[in-house]
Design a protein around this ligand. Structure first.
Ligand SMILES: C[S@@+](CC[C@H](N)C(=O)[O-])C[C@H]1O[C@@H](n2cnc3c(N)ncnc32)[C@H](O)[C@@H]1O
Length: 233
């Protein structure tokens, strides 16, 4: 009960977890669980890891340009959530140098094994694998300058809890970059549930202590939607 005649409108933050998500009939590539009107997609299994390393990805996604757009600095701490084989992490690692760290988080131990192998092959020593859970990337509190999720967020089974815990890991003023295939663009040849609109990302990020900073549309298929963590009074 609220005192002093306070009005209480239920927000996503106050809503019990049991009513946060809705269960409906699953579509082909979805899990039938809906969040804010969006069906969550299935997780890409480690058996498909080769697809992440396909040579045409350079042309389709321009990962080196993506990393340039992030404006990283020597010594930055970056969390690459849903790191997979480390396709993006190994491009970030040299930009932040030996004094920087990439936390490469995944929920599939097999992906972390592949990540370790790829980093050893490339002679990269500043990427640390973390086995997260479906609700928590297990980042050290208030330690991260930038969290990046490339082609990942739409498959979180618990997006609200994941963003809540990602925010705990961020420094105040730290940034979160959602890199998602553009749902607004029918020319992007990716299944609907693996794409997200800018509006939907903003809708899902802003119940958290995150403010939208900018959306970059320089990449061929994806947008980069960037938020900053603010202090809560
Ligand atoms: C499509 S792959 C993308 C991999 C990588 N970001 C890339 O672009 O090459 C998605 C990855 O997200 C991981 N994933 C899904 N849900 C996750 C969660 N809650 N926390 C961490 N990783 C997750 C999957 O295991 C998978 O490795």
């Amino acid at each position: 009960m609220l005192s002093n005649g306070e009005q209480h409108s239920e927000t996503d933050a106050t809503r019990p977890a049991s009513t946060r998500y809705e269960q409906r009939k699953p579509s082909r590539s979805g899990i039938g669980k809906f969040y804010m009107g969006r069906e969550i997609s299935r997780v890409m299994g480690h058996q498909g890891a080769e697809w992440l390393e396909r040579p045409e990805r350079e042309r389709e996604e321009m990962p080196n340009l993506l990393v340039e757009l992030l404006k990283l600095k020597e010594g930055d701490v970056v969390a690459d959530i849903g790191v997979g084989t480390g396709y993006i992490a190994r491009r970030i690692a040299p930009k932040i140098g030996d004094t920087g760290t990439v936390y490469g988080v995944d929920i599939q131990p097999e992906m972390l094994e592949l990540l370790g192998k790829k980093m050893t092959e490339a002679g990269i020593t500043n990427v640390k694998g973390i086995l997260g859970t479906i609700t928590d990337p297990k980042l050290p509190p208030e330690s991260v300058d930038l969290t990046i999720m490339v082609d990942v967020y739409h498959e979180f089974s618990h997006p609200y809890e994941m963003i809540q815990n990602i925010c705990r890991g961020l420094k105040i003023g730290g940034r979160v970059a959602f890199v998602e295939y553009r749902a607004e663009d029918p020319g992007v040849p990716i299944k609907r549930l693996h794409k997200m609109s800018e509006l939907q990302v903003i809708k899902e990020a802003t119940p958290h202590p995150l403010v939208w900073v900018e959306t970059l549309d320089d990449l061929p298929w994806q947008h980069v939607i960037i938020f900053e963590k603010i202090a809560i009074q």
